[in-house]
Write a protein that binds this ligand. Structure first.
Ligand code: ATP
Ligand code: MG
Length: 367
């Protein structure tokens, strides 16, 4: 999958710009605060309907404007596809796929696949399990509409179940809970089964990528323990049994103590917990290895790589890791952002150099 053009209108610090990407490595350079990350964000937004940096859509509208939009055209194995998102400060965003408005994110998702990395992804290793679940959710939602739907339904039912658990009327809870639990375990099973398969595929590749980036010096092992395996029916059954036995606990907690909303991934480097003992560079390498592995899982499932967005990744890595990274992405359309092109690192690799200044494209040159 390759994004050909990105149009930005009153988006962040852009007024009206069109970026034409090359099919291989692209490097966006410019001084700080010129709009490199904004462009990278726009590409990911067009692919997922989700901003990796803003938690409110309205924030992306250019200061002083009441509306803005981003649009992209991509080539995929199934032909050309275009997506467009229109933002407004007073209304919800509107999304279009091939010119037709879609009302749900699920209809935007999956049209253009993309994997995003920026320095904040370090939280994948460092911070709460929620960040690791978000990683799985964003990947799997792009890969499968049924996953995305199950996730939405699960979250809805979970919220209702948790609300009910806070009720004082225990006999009412006892009566009503089984009704919620039937739906809950069904959607949970879809989520858990998909995550199990995804992680089983991802872990060995991430381990391999990490070994590659670290020059074989570090051995990454990933541990995931959802505790539920087998078919969806088997998972749903086991979970519903556990919900029954956990009833008193859930009642005491006032929320649901088990299920996919509690899943986590543990990263070990040379046998030690990377979250506790890993250096910044090591943790960054783990996050990056995960993203590279994610790109491979897209390739396995869909026969083509996603668009890989690597925002500010080079400045964080030593020369050897930078070189290995560039070698690892040479077959993938990649959008790097950096303050300058480290020429030595890209020696022998064809790339398009796009310079950006104050939300405008200054030059485009192929090397
Ligand atoms: N809604 C908005 N309207 C106008 N400008 C915005 C908006 N949101 C962010 N900006 C501006 O965009 C600039 C940041 O752009 P961006 O994060 O893309 O920089 P960058 O080129 O990636 O810089 P760095 O090298 O520091 O990462 C900031 O100066 C910020 O004020
Ligand atoms: Mg930036």
């Amino acid at each position: 999958m390759k994004i050909k053009t990105l149009t930005l209108k009153n988006f962040r610090n852009y007024s009206d710009e069109k970026i034409e990407f090359g099919g291989g490595v692209n490097i966006l350079t410019g001084e700080n605060a010129q709009g490199k990350t904004n462009a990278a964000e726009a590409v990911f937004f067009l692919c997922t309907g989700y901003s990796p940096r803003a938690n409110r859509d309205k924030l992306v509208v250019k200061f002083g404007s009441s509306s803005g939009e981003i649009a992209g055209v991509a080539d995929s194995a199934y032909g050309e596809v275009s997506t467009r998102i229109v933002f407004s400060t007073s209304d919800n965003k509107r999304m279009f796929v091939n010119g037709i408005e879609v009302l749900r994110i699920s209809e935007l998702l999956g049209n253009i696949h993309s994997v995003f990395f920026n320095p904040a992804e370090l939280k994948l290793v460092q911070e709460s399990p929620e960040d690791r679940r978000r990683f799985m959710n964003i990947s799997l939602s792009q890969m499968s509409k049924s996953y995305f739907r199950a996730l939405q339904n699960y979250n809805k039912i979970l919220a209702q179940r948790n609300n009910l658990l806070k009720d004082r009327d225990v006999s009412l809870i006892r009566e009503t809970l089984p009704v919620w639990d039937a739906g809950l375990t069904k959607h949970a099973a879809t989520i858990i089964k998909a995550r199990n398969a995804f992680l089983a595929e991802l872990a060995p590749i991430a381990e391999e990528k990490h070994a590659l980036l670290s020059g074989g010096r570090e051995r990454l092992t990933m541990k995931t323990e959802s505790g539920y395996y087998g078919t969806e029916e088997e998972i749903a059954y086991a979970l519903s049994e556990d919900l029954k036995t956990g009833f008193e606990r859930d009642l005491r907690l006032g929320f649901t103590g088990i299920g996919p909303h509690r899943d986590d991934i543990k990263f070990m480097l040379n046998g030690e917990d990377a979250r506790v003992f890993g250096s910044q560079g090591q943790q960054r390498t783990i996050a990056l290895s995960l993203k590279l592995a994610e790109a491979e899982t897209f390739k396995t499932r869909f026969g083509e790589y996603p668009v890989l967005i690597l925002d500010d990744v080079l400045s964080e890595l030593d020369k050897s890791r930078q070189q290995k990274l560039v070698a690892a992405v040479k077959d993938i359309q990649t959008i790097f952002t950096a303050t300058a092109v480290p020429r030595a690192i890209f020696k022998g690799v064809p790339y398009r150099h796009i310079t950006i200044k104050s939300g405008a494209i200054k030059s485009v040159k192929d090397y």
